[in-house]
Design a protein around this ligand. Structure first.
Ligand code: BG6
Length: 609
């Protein structure tokens, strides 16, 4: 997520903005900038790369004088990291400067309208459209111009606006992206989270969706969606800086687990048009899809596990032979790929050395590469023939959760798009899957609301020496991920097995009290998996079964514990089944006192071989 700071008062704004941005660096970013009002105009300085570049460029803010300003650290979603694409974005007239966190989904149509009105654009971003739109509506009343512009926006935003025409005010507007107002002595602040202002004040108000704050040095007025002034509660923040950066959660991982509904919604909505999946701006044309003879999905760690899900889905729905291959294996296996092969490259960081090398080997052999990446402008994003971004925002915890879920969402979109192009998905099923896709966020919310159950299971098993996961088909792919999550952060030995594989050796490891987590959400093989459950319970194992809600009752009564996920389309169960396993791993690691966000020996991205 991007970082936002605003200040209005008697002090020099720039040093305060730069300090506030430095407390937001943890959010991940690729560029930064500030705009400060001085003597009738807005001075804007931006720098790609680390915040230190901006500090150096502005001599720690000394050469950007003025007492009203806004600042921003950008996590790129639209447009490469660059000076031009960095925020703040200033309108063509120079009157309006805007910083933004979120995604404006209809920015292209607004941009076309403004261009048709003669507005000149400089950047590729959705945010510049907001700045230009406010200027377009500006007629001497900034609040009116902002209100009219907001009425045209679709998507999520935390927006902070200043104008050279009304330098005694900062306007802040919130919709689906957090924003706070903080109260100082003869001054006031705005920020995307309290970490930016705790040095100055602990008195804050949290803006709600569709509220607009008009912030002056000596007053703050908040308006509701009907334009009525409302009283906002003032909260005294008890957190310290580190807590603030986690938004009050004890760890980044649990915070990111809770961001998954929003991340899935953002990632999916970017490619749904009129109720159907639309990847028309990618290489997946009908002609291209009809020419694919083989698909290889390459990645490491959790990215590979998304590949295993993708392998089952692509083979089932497109009938194209598909393989999920560990990138570190692919690169040395003399892979049989050529110009009729599609290589799907999955990577959160876009910088994993094995995955980069595997992608380059595939390209050398003539294959086309489609990347699923979270970091805009990363090596894999730049070198792949085509890239689909997971709009997960920066992921701080080493063990991936929200980026993994966003990767799953993109994998569904790719499967549907190719199947559709090949005429293998009738309109009714396409509509049904998209309908269920759009319901995933609220179904994830439903599971998160039940997290105490996982906490309770974790308290029973956190001292186990080893924990086994079993599943079949998609549930096998989920078992791999559940087992990795547990290993990564709790250091408990764990293995994931295809349910049918148990009798070929592994079952010798089952003894009384062994915990087996049976993932049984793949409808077609539910009964088969439940017979595997009987095999292990007959040998004294404890079983925690994850199944769909409609399978609660007789079949699952045989197990010690069951966790039910909301029913969904058979393609989409991985997104729901993964959540209880993430939570289970988290609470087991918590009970064991592990360093959850930074597990021993692990790196967030392994950029060396
Ligand atoms: C590991 C991470 O180092 O790399 C995993 O701990 C991740 O969470 C794997 O899945 C691959 O990283 P990336 O950035 O290529 O997805």
């Amino acid at each position: 997520m991007c970082g936002i700071v605003g200040y209005i008062g008697r002090e020099e704004a720039a040093p305060i903005l730069l300090y506030g941005l430095s407390r937001l660096e943890y959010r991940g970013y690729d560029s930064a900038g500030i705009s400060v009002y001085n003597n009738g105009c807005l001075n804007t300085v931006k720098a790609v790369g680390k915040l230190q570049n901006l500090i150096d460029l502005t001599d720690s803010g000394k050469n950007v004088p003025g007492c009203v300003g806004i600042g921003h650290t950008r996590w790129a979603t639209h447009g490469q990291p660059s000076d031009i694409n960095s925020h703040p974005h200033v309108s063509a007239s120079g009157k309006i400067s805007v910083v933004h966190n979120g995604i404006i989904e209809n920015y292209l149509e607004l941009k076309e309208m403004l261009i048709s009105e003669g507005v000149q654009f400089k950047s590729e971003t959705d945010t510049e459209v907001v700045s230009q739109l406010i200027d377009y509506y500006y007629n001497g009343d900034l609040m009116d111009a902002v209100s009219r512009a907001l009425a045209k926006l679709e998507g999520s935003y935390a927006l902070v606006i200043i104008s050279s025409e009304q330098p005694d005010v900062i306007i802040a507007a919130r919709k689906d992206a957090p924003l706070i107002v903080a109260y100082g002595d003869g001054c006031n602040y705005i920020a995307s989270d309290v970490a930016a202002v705790l040095k100055y004040t602990r008195q804050v108000s949290y803006l709600e969706d569709d509220e607009i704050a008009v912030v002056k040095a000596d007053s703050v007025t908040v308006y509701n969606e009907y334009g009525k002034p409302i009283d906002k509660a003032v909260t005294t923040v008890e957190w310290d800086i580190e807590d603030a950066q986690k938004g009050g959660y004890p760890h980044f991982m649990i915070k990111e687990i809770h961001e998954q509904p929003k991340v899935i919604r953002n990632t999916i909505s970017a490619h749904i048009k009129d109720g159907r999946v639309d990847l028309s701006d990618t290489i997946l044309s009908e002609e291209f899809c009809r020419d694919i003879r083989r698909i290889c999905i390459i990645g490491c760690g959790s990215a590979n596990h998304v590949g295993v899900v993708g392998r089952y889905l692509l083979e089932k729905y497109t009938r194209i032979p598909t393989e999920a291959v560990l990138a570190s294996e692919f690169r040395y296996s003399e892979p049989i790929v050529d110009e009729h092969s599609l290589i799907i490259v999955i990577s959160q960081s876009g910088e994993t050395a094995d995955t980069i090398a595997a992608m380059r080997e595939a390209k050398r052999l003539g294959a086309k590469t489609l990347a699923i990446v979270n970091v805009v402008g990363s090596t894999i994003a730049k070198e792949a023939d085509c890239v689909l971004y997971t709009l997960a925002g920066p992921e701080i915890a080493v063990a991936t959760t929200k980026a993994y879920s966003a990767q799953l969402a993109v994998m569904y979109l790719v499967t549907i798009a190719i199947a559709d192009k090949l005429g293998r998905l009738d309109a009714a099923e396409h509509d049904e899957i998209v309908r269920e896709l759009c319901l995933l966020p609220e179904k994830v919310e439903h599971i998160l609301a039940d997290k105490e159950k996982l906490q309770q299971y974790a308290s029973q098993y956190f001292n186990n020496e080893s924990i086994f996961f079993i599943g079949r088909n998609l549930d096998y792919a989920i078992s791999l991920e559940g087992s990795l999550k547990l290993k990564e952060i709790s250091y408990i030995h764990s293995e994931a097995y295809a349910g049918g594989e148990l009798k070929h050796g592994t079952i010798s490891l089952i003894e009384p009290k062994t915990l087996v987590i049976a993932v049984a959400t793949y409808e077609k093989l539910f009964d088969k998996l439940m017979s595997n459950v009987k095999e292990v319970t007959a040998r004294g194992a404890n079983v925690l079964c994850v199944a769909q809600q409609h399978n609660s009752g007789s079949a699952t009564d045989a197990v010690n514990n069951a966790f039910f996920i909301p029913d969904t389309h058979e393609m989409l169960t991985p997104s729901l089944a993964a959540i209880p396993l993430q939570l289970f791993a988290y609470y087991v690691a918590l009970s064991r006192g592990c360093d959850i966000d930074k597990p021993r020996n692990l790196a967030k991205s392994v950029t060396v071989e």
